[in-house]
Ligand binder design. Structure first.
Ligand code: HEC
Ligand code: HEC
Ligand code: HEC
Length: 131
């Protein structure tokens, strides 16, 4: 005779093990990144805005950084004129990281979530942050 009870318990454990990884990753999938824009430089801005609109920056900052680098390194042009007419020095360190001096709570907050690791910091200086 088969032992129905043991098979049933075995089945429950089996199904439980199947579901476990999904269950454990549930919390992580829900916890959205929360990039902080409360650095000293940004706090002093009358109008808190980025180089371009927030939506643009969110989706296109990687492309923008590429364009900036090409412009500086290949064409020797360091001046970027934004859609609103303001000018910026095309520099990762001196422009982006001056406002976003909290790399860990800002850039990394999103990048860790989507598991990208820009290699820029091999060469470019990171902003100095307390630990
Ligand atoms: C003059 C200060 C300043 C500079 C320079 C600046 N930022 Fe920003 N950035 C901000 C502020 C303020 C916000 C929040 C804007 C808002 O909430 O509308 C922001 C928002 C962003 C966002 C969107 C964050 C989100 O929550 O979706 C990204 C991405 C970003 N910046 C990247 C960059 C990069 C890359 C550079 C350099 C090319 C840069 N920023 C330069 C001040 C700046
Ligand atoms: C609102 C979330 C968010 C913030 C804040 C943010 N990033 Fe990103 N970043 C992303 C996402 C998402 C990608 C991946 C895009 C893709 O793979 O298509 C990315 C990709 C990049 C890449 C390209 C990396 C690669 O390997 O393709 C660079 C460079 C980069 N980010 C620089 C920065 C810098 C510098 C900052 C801080 C000043 C910053 N990002 C802040 C979301 C963010
Ligand atoms: C192998 C070293 C190296 C790596 C890695 C690197 N860069 Fe650069 N980058 C340079 C050098 C050298 C310059 C030229 C500096 C100058 O002319 O002022 C430069 C210039 C730039 C500039 C324009 C000038 C400035 O002051 O910022 C931008 C923007 C830039 N890089 C962005 C990036 C981004 C974004 C990444 C990562 C996706 C990256 N770089 C990775 C070496 C590097």
């Amino acid at each position: 005779m088969y032992n129905g009870g043991k098979i049933f318990i075995g089945l429950i454990i089996f199904v439980g093990l199947l579901i476990l990884p999904f269950y454990l990753s549930m919390g992580k999938a829900i916890a959205k990144p929360d990039p902080k824009v409360d650095t000293p430089v940004i706090k002093q801005m009358a109008v808190k805005q980025c180089v371009e609109s927030k939506d643009f920056m969110k989706t296109a900052h990687m492309q923008m950084l590429n364009d900036w680098r090409d412009s500086v390194v290949r064409e020797g042009n360091r001046l970027y004129t934004a859609a609103d007419g303001k000018s910026y020095d095309m520099s990762l360190q001196n422009t982006c990281m001056k406002c976003h001096s909290n790399k860990k709570q800002f850039c990394d907050e999103c990048h860790n979530f989507v598991a990208v690791k820009p290699y820029c910091w091999d060469c470019h200086l990171m902003p100095k942050e307390g630990a």
